[in-house]
Design a binder for this molecule. Structure first.
Ligand code: HEC
Ligand code: HEC
Ligand code: HEC
Ligand code: HEC
Ligand code: HEC
Ligand code: HEC
Ligand code: HEC
Ligand code: HEC
Ligand code: HEC
Ligand code: HEC
Length: 316
């Protein structure tokens, strides 16, 4: 408990510094409040859940179905100061002008840091090892923007997770409606199968250290090693694939032959690479096989690499 109070006090001090910075701004903009009325909210007494129940019965009830409300588990907030472990001492709710209890929604001007520190006192480490410095942390996203505490089921449950993310990532939602890609809408694949929203050492908050290592988790056959590798495949799958969704078969970023020609146009070997009609291959051809169905992959079917002794051209 002392540790909790101490950390809240430190944060309150930080908030006062922030409020002081704010006061300077108010000289330019007098309409804004110059002091944070909640700065003193750490100095209060714990009242106990019975006191809250009187006015917030539904929140108490919700909390009893939530893992945090299980007093028998001594790691939970309810084994400490119940509601006030997260919301701060209850008397500030009544004593301090401005109705100051810690609203984890930031209603009374609490900083995101203060709100997140409330959760991190118990949830530092493990999956949140890389939270400090993560894109969401540095973008001032709060734990409570994704997590909700007052129900039996956390909204990042499997069924609702994507909806939570779409609240801020509408463009990703749009992609999932495209015909090719991962079965995200079917909920066979979750955002968190590839991303760790709490931060990671990989790029784009991906769970593994690289894009490819993330993909190999489920597409192990693409890892190789291959006798004949295709350079872009070992480099980065997203050179050719839009994983959230695409209008092109195979969730490709572009349709072959254009996709392949992005890199192979300059090739001074066979004409078919540039022209699409290579009469060396089939002089009677009316329609280019580079344009139909799989495009260049009609013949170069082993685009991800080949283990055939004569597979240098990725055809077998
Ligand atoms: C006498 C009734 C009453 C009691 C008792 C009471 N509250 Fe409140 N509480 C309110 C009211 C009314 C509001 C809305 C205040 C507002 O909107 O400015 C509120 C707001 C809150 C909020 C902020 C909600 C937000 O919008 O983010 C929290 C958190 C909260 N109460 C927690 C508690 C806790 C914890 C206790 C027990 C220690 C408690 N309350 C006891 C009446 C009460
Ligand atoms: C006093 C410690 C404590 C605090 C403070 C705390 N938690 Fe927890 N939390 C726990 C414990 C204990 C569990 C249960 C873990 C388990 O069962 O392994 C838990 C579980 C969770 C879960 C999993 C829920 C589920 O349905 O499985 C989430 C998400 C979570 N906490 C988020 C938060 C967030 C967000 C905050 C801040 C608003 C927070 N916690 C504050 C101790 C805490
Ligand atoms: C951008 C949305 C988002 C934010 C912000 C976020 N989380 Fe989560 N959190 C998730 C998702 C999604 C899961 C489910 C992950 C899974 O199933 O692998 C999760 C799972 C959890 C869990 C339960 C599983 C575990 O890893 O132990 C805890 C505890 C948790 N988060 C705590 C926090 C805390 C604390 C914060 C703030 C520091 C936070 N989260 C911020 C999305 C978020
Ligand atoms: C694990 C930390 C935690 C505990 C324990 C906790 N709350 Fe909350 N509370 C939150 C968070 C986070 C929010 C912000 C809304 C949300 O995410 O659900 C919140 C929101 C609220 C609100 C604002 C109204 C709303 O729904 O937006 C009230 C009132 C409230 N809590 C009361 C209580 C009471 C009463 C208790 C004790 C039964 C309690 N809380 C225990 C974390 C907690
Ligand atoms: C409250 C808003 C919010 C929610 C909810 C949210 N995000 Fe974000 N997310 C952001 C912001 C802000 C950024 C940084 C700016 C940007 O890239 O749009 C970001 C960036 C990202 C990035 C890019 C990271 C990078 O390093 O380039 C990923 C991946 C991401 N979010 C995944 C998720 C997932 C998965 C969820 C759901 C579990 C989620 N987000 C929920 C606000 C949110
Ligand atoms: C199959 C793995 C996978 C799944 C599932 C997935 N992502 Fe991604 N995501 C990626 C990869 C890889 C990147 C890097 C993207 C790139 O450059 O194409 C990325 C990039 C992002 C970005 C950064 C901006 C952008 O579009 O490049 C955001 C935001 C994001 N993902 C959010 C989400 C959300 C939200 C979900 C769930 C609805 C989700 N992702 C599901 C693999 C995945
Ligand atoms: C959690 C497992 C998982 C991860 C991680 C994963 N995938 Fe997938 N992938 C799948 C599943 C499941 C399908 C759908 C298979 C089906 O429908 O038969 C799929 C399908 C695909 C498809 C075919 C899409 C289509 O419309 O034909 C491509 C391309 C693909 N994944 C690329 C990637 C790339 C690139 C990555 C890394 C960024 C990746 N996957 C990460 C599970 C995963
Ligand atoms: C040079 C471009 C290119 C790169 C890079 C690439 N792919 Fe592909 N991928 C393709 C083409 C072309 C198809 C066939 C699409 C079709 O069906 O016409 C394909 C199809 C797929 C499919 C669905 C069919 C199958 O073979 O199972 C998966 C899954 C897949 N790729 C995963 C990956 C993964 C994982 C990586 C990274 C290790 C990767 N791809 C890198 C071009 C590429
Ligand atoms: C991001 C660039 C890039 C893309 C896109 C790309 N390639 Fe490549 N490809 C390369 C590089 C680099 C090499 C190695 C060239 C070398 O060794 O001279 C290569 C090698 C090849 C080879 C073997 C060449 C040889 O010398 O035998 C074939 C065949 C090939 N690619 C076909 C394709 C096809 C088909 C596609 C479209 C599905 C494609 N490539 C898309 C970059 C790319
Ligand atoms: C009708 C079958 C067919 C189609 C379609 C096809 N190729 Fe080829 N490609 C070949 C053959 C045959 C070779 C020669 C293989 C060998 O020498 O071992 C070849 C060789 C190559 C090479 C190796 C370098 C060279 O000049 O020998 C590259 C790169 C290549 N093709 C790219 C492409 C691209 C890009 C497309 C789509 C625009 C494409 N191919 C469409 C059959 C095809």
């Amino acid at each position: 408990m002392q540790r909790v109070i101490r950390s809240i006090l430190i944060l309150a001090a930080l908030m006062m510094v922030a409020a002081a910075g704010h006061a300077e701004e108010t000289q330019v903009e007098p309409a804004a409040p110059d002091v944070n009325p909640c700065a003193g909210m750490a100095d209060g007494e714990v009242m106990g859940v019975e006191a809250c129940e009187e006015c917030h019965a539904s929140h108490v009830e919700g909390m009893r179905m939530n893992p945090h409300g299980q007093a028998a588990d001594d790691r939970t907030p309810f084994a400490r100061d119940e509601c006030e472990t997260c919301h701060g001492p209850g008397t500030t709710h009544f004593d301090v002008e401005g109705n100051c209890i810690i609203s984890l929604r930031g209603k009374f001007g609490e900083t995101v840091e203060l709100r997140n520190a409330t959760c991190l006192q118990c949830h530092r480490g493990e999956a949140r090892m890389h939270w400090p410095g993560s894109t969401h942390e540095t973008s001032d996203v709060a734990c409570a923007d994704c997590h909700h505490m007052h129900s039996g089921k956390d909204v990042v449950s499997r069924q609702q997770q994507a909806e939570v993310c779409y609240g801020c990532h509408a463009e990703v939602r749009a992609s999932t409606y495209l015909p090719y890609g991962h079965p995200i809408r079917e909920q066979q694949i979750l955002c968190s199968d590839c991303h760790n929203p709490h931060g990671s050492t990989g790029p784009t908050e991906l769970k593994a250290a690289s894009v490819n290592d993330t993909c190999y988790e489920c597409h192990a056959e693409k890892r190789g090693p291959f006798l004949w590798e295709h350079f872009p495949v070992t480099e980065d799958c997203t050179l050719c694939h839009s994983v959230h969704g695409s209008i092109h078969r195979g969730a490709l970023t572009r349709r072959p032959p254009h996709l392949c020609q992005e890199c192979h146009m300059q090739y001074i070997g066979r004409d078919h690479v540039r022209e699409l009609y290579d009469y060396d291959l089939d002089p009677n051809l009316v329609v280019s096989r580079g344009l139909l169905t799989h495009g260049c992959a009609n013949c170069h079917s082993q685009v991800h690499g080949s283990n055939h002794p004569s597979g240098a051209s990725l055809m077998r």
